[in-house]
Design a protein around this ligand. Structure first.
Ligand code: A3P
Length: 295
């Protein structure tokens, strides 16, 4: 079945979730043939829940002995250019996998290629407050929407989000899949909250590094390496780099997105400035019902 999408495309139902057409093609290819390696690290997110930030953090942590902080790839490349999206990559390269150990995806847990679960690789899942994720997505989709189409109506978008028909949604089923997996396989799946990273980046960057088997040594801690990682990847730093202010990111051969679209505010709680009390209650109602053990 098809449902009306937010931007231009329709979303398609596949194995319990809603997808835009092009990633879905990539996902089907990955489900058939993707071969994970035990050393792979997969960053999994719902769109607009902190992908750009966590790509930067994981890339910096994993490559900290390779690159100097003053001459770092993230100073001249958007984080999305450093860490590919598996489904977009697979859509354009159906017969090969990226030769990198850090990869990202929005795929729900239940439809991950079997080899990811069988390989012993690690999964880092980022959870962001649903109202902040929704508002960020609404801004993003509004920006990408072609001018010839009427603007997106916020009320309609809330309605659609709450019905589960958002890209890679339902939001709650996506979250629950990884939440349960993180309880069942805590050394394979890490569930990390955007808000926790924002509140205590030192603690959570340390945990992230330990989880993916790139722990900071006490020598590195004394030298302030964790601070340097956090500083490099901070919203203030990344959003002010020329590459992210004026550059663009080629999501696929058919789509190019201005890099600055990935950096809006980088805060928690912005939903309060956008959603009416009724809209917030509508989202809270469905989330409390669906994610009662978690929120
Ligand atoms: P806002 O629209 O609320 O500002 P994604 O990377 O998954 O597309 O998510 C984008 C959201 O993450 C946007 O949220 C963006 O501003 C925020 N973001 C991007 N880089 C960030 C960073 N380095 N630190 C914190 N938030 C960041």
């Amino acid at each position: 079945p098809k449902a009306k999408g937010w931007a231009t495309q329709h979303v398609h139902y596949h194995q319990g979730f809603w997808f835009n057409q092009s990633p879905l093609q990539g996902i089907i290819t990955l489900q058939k043939s993707f071969e994970a390696r035990p050393t792979d690290v997969f960053l999994v997110t719902l769109p607009k829940s902190g992908t750009t930030w966590f790509k930067a953090l994981l890339f910096t942590i994993m490559n900290r002995n390779r690159y100097d902080f003053h001459d770092h790839p993230l100073l001249t490349a958007n984080p999305h250019e450093c860490v590919p999206f598996l489904e977009m990559y697979a859509m354009e390269n159906p017969n090969q996998r990226p030769d990198l150990s850090l990869l990202s995806t929005h795929m729900p847990y239940t439809i991950l290629p079997k080899s990811i679960l069988a390989s012993g690789s690690r999964i880092v899942y980022v959870y962001r407050d649903p109202k902040d994720t929704f508002v960020s997505l609404w801004h993003f989709m509004s920006k990408l929407r072609p001018k010839e189409l009427p603007p997106l109506v916020l009320e309609d978008a809330v309605e659609q989000f709450c019905s589960g028909k958002s890209s890679y949604g339902p939001f709650w089923d996506h979250v629950l899949g990884y939440w349960k997996a993180s309880i069942e396989w805590p050394d394979r799946v890490m569930f990390v909250k955007f808000a926790d990273m924002k509140n205590d980046p030192i603690l959570h960057a340390k945990r992230l590094a330990e989880f993916i088997s790139y722990p900071f040594s006490s020598e590195e801690e004394n030298e302030g390496v964790i601070h340097k990682v956090i500083e490099l990847c901070s919203f203030e730093n990344l959003s002010n780099l020329e590459v992210n202010k004026s550059g663009s990111y080629k999501a696929s051969s058919a789509s190019k997105i201005e890099s600055k679209t990935f950096f809006r505010q980088g805060k928690t709680g912005d939903w309060k400035n956008i959603l009416t009390t009724e809209m917030a209650e509508q989202i809270d109602g469905i989330i409390e019902q669906k994610l009662k053990d978690l929120v």
